[in-house]
Design a protein around this ligand. Structure first.
Ligand SMILES: *Cc1c(COP(=O)(O)O)cnc(C)c1O
Length: 426
């Protein structure tokens, strides 16, 4: 029998005879073949995460619309399109991506506070399922664009329920001071106005309170507030066919224990039934919880550098590949790809970018020497989709693992790729 240990919290990552594997594929050989930094994703983890939502919604009319900003790579989108998912998009570029992946446009939801007229037109011509409008001004512009095209735009209004999701301030979106949605007490007049416009068809209501939420209470609170509005809007004679609760469910980065999607939805559906709205179509827009722990980023140690106050472990991945620590002081576990004997020392794992904010992990106990490979865990969401070319670094390659097979879904970006759109001014 081979010696196989699953990493706690990461059922699709295991150490087999000392070497880290994603499903049946050793990271060591992927790094040798494709270079580093390299993103590696488990297809099974994504499908299992999707199925947790589907179990929660069993017997209901419900759509899981993957919020693609978490990871918009075509190879990832294809997995969800093939599984029959809907999609939540926030730009015309994202619309082009989901259509290219083979998605059904009728299950595409368009969110975001700053949709342009061109994006509205593109989405109307593609016959998407719903626009989640976020302001009174947007309602009038969308109405005008739809009328110009001789169409009616299906809409729901994003309501700001003023609920604290108890997460990082940059990723809480449902509080009064946030730029998102329409204030709770403006909802009824805004719905009345939208319902009076000939270019719009009001079909639902929407909210999204934040991201990396690790408790059920903020969802329950938002649910009650949204249902209060459903009641008031329907009392004004406007029928709402669907209720969209957004995304935001957190994942385990470092021992967090967010509710499982199935348990959370059983809880919310029970409440929905009690309040008499169990017959409505439900929509959710999960991003992180469908991809976050599917991905790891494999990086090579370039140098170890003892410092006056602390030791540094300089790796070939940086803030342009893994922006979450620099942006949100976020935590990613970092583990050696090959098991190694010897005592660990405490070090900061940092990238080559010329910013002190370019760190990936602080005060980590690691036993590393140059040439070793490290795996940065929970890198499936908000990493590659936020990656940049800062310091003229090409974006990393990506591999999708399916059992014992590995498919390159994005080749490494070359310097020629980066220079392609540039020219001298004179
Ligand atoms: C970002 C976003 C989501 C997805 O959030 P996650 O935390 O990744 O689940 C869903 N809906 C909207 C409107 C968003 O902006």
């Amino acid at each position: 029998m081979t010696d196989r240990t699953v990493l706690p919290g990461h059922p699709h990552i295991a150490r087999i005879a000392g070497d880290l594997h994603v499903e049946g594929v050793p990271l060591q050989s992927l790094a040798r073949e494709h270079g580093t930094p390299l993103f590696v994703y488990s297809k099974q983890w994504m499908l299992d995460a999707l199925n947790a939502y589907r179990r929660g919604f069993e017997g209901r009319d419900a759509w899981v619309c993957y919020a693609i900003k978490a990871n918009s790579s075509l190879g990832i989108l294809r997995v969800f399109a093939e599984a029959g998912c809907g999609f939540d998009i926030v730009s015309g570029g994202e619309l082009t991506r989901v259509l290219a992946s083979g998605a059904n446009p009728a299950k595409v939801i368009f969110s975001g506070v700053g949709k342009t007229r061109a994006e509205m037109k593109q989405a109307l011509l593609a016959n998407i399922g719903c626009f989640n409008v976020e302001s009174e001004a947007e309602i009038d512009v969308l109405n005008a664009v739809a009328l110009e095209l001789g169409r009616r735009a299906p809409i729901s209004v994003r309501i700001n329920p003023n609920v604290d999701p108890k997460t990082h301030p940059y990723i809480s979106t449902g509080l009064k001071g946030n730029k998102f949605g329409v204030a709770h007490d403006r909802a009824v007049p805004v719905y009345r106005h939208a319902a009076s416009l000939p270019g719009l068809e009001v079909i639902g209501i929407d909210c999204h309170i934040g991201s990396q939420i690790t408790a059920s209470a903020p969802y329950l609170e938002a649910l009650e507030r949204v249902l209060d509005l459903v009641e008031a809007i329907e009392a004004a004679g406007i029928r709402l066919h669907h209720i969209d609760f957004g995304g935001g469910l957190g994942i385990d980065y470092n021992g967090e224990t967010p509710p499982h999607a199935d348990a959370l939805w059983k809880l919310l559906l029970a409440r929905l039934d009690i309040r008499g709205y169990g017959d409505r179509r439900l929509i959710v827009e999960p991003g992180r919880s469908l991809v976050g722990n599917a991905g790891v980023c494999v990086t090579e140690v370039l140098y170890t550098k003892p410092g006056e106050d602390k030791n540094f472990c300089i790796v070939d991945a940086a803030m342009n590949d893994l922006p979450r620590p620099a942006m949100y002081q976020a935590y990613h576990q970092i583990v050696p790809v090959a098991e190694k004997n010897g005592a660990p020392t405490t070090c900061d794992v940092v990238g080559p970018v010329c910013e002190s904010g370019d760190w990936i992990g602080r005060d980590r106990a690691l036993n590393v020497t140059a040439g070793d490979l490290l795996a940065v865990l929970s890198a499936g969401a908000y990493s590659m989709s936020m990656a940049s070319n800062y310091n003229s670094r090409g974006r990393a390659a990506e591999v999708l693992v399916d059992g014992t097979r590995a498919h390159v879904i994005r080749r490494r970006e070359s310097i020629e790729d980066q220079l392609r759109n540039e020219q001298f001014g004179t």
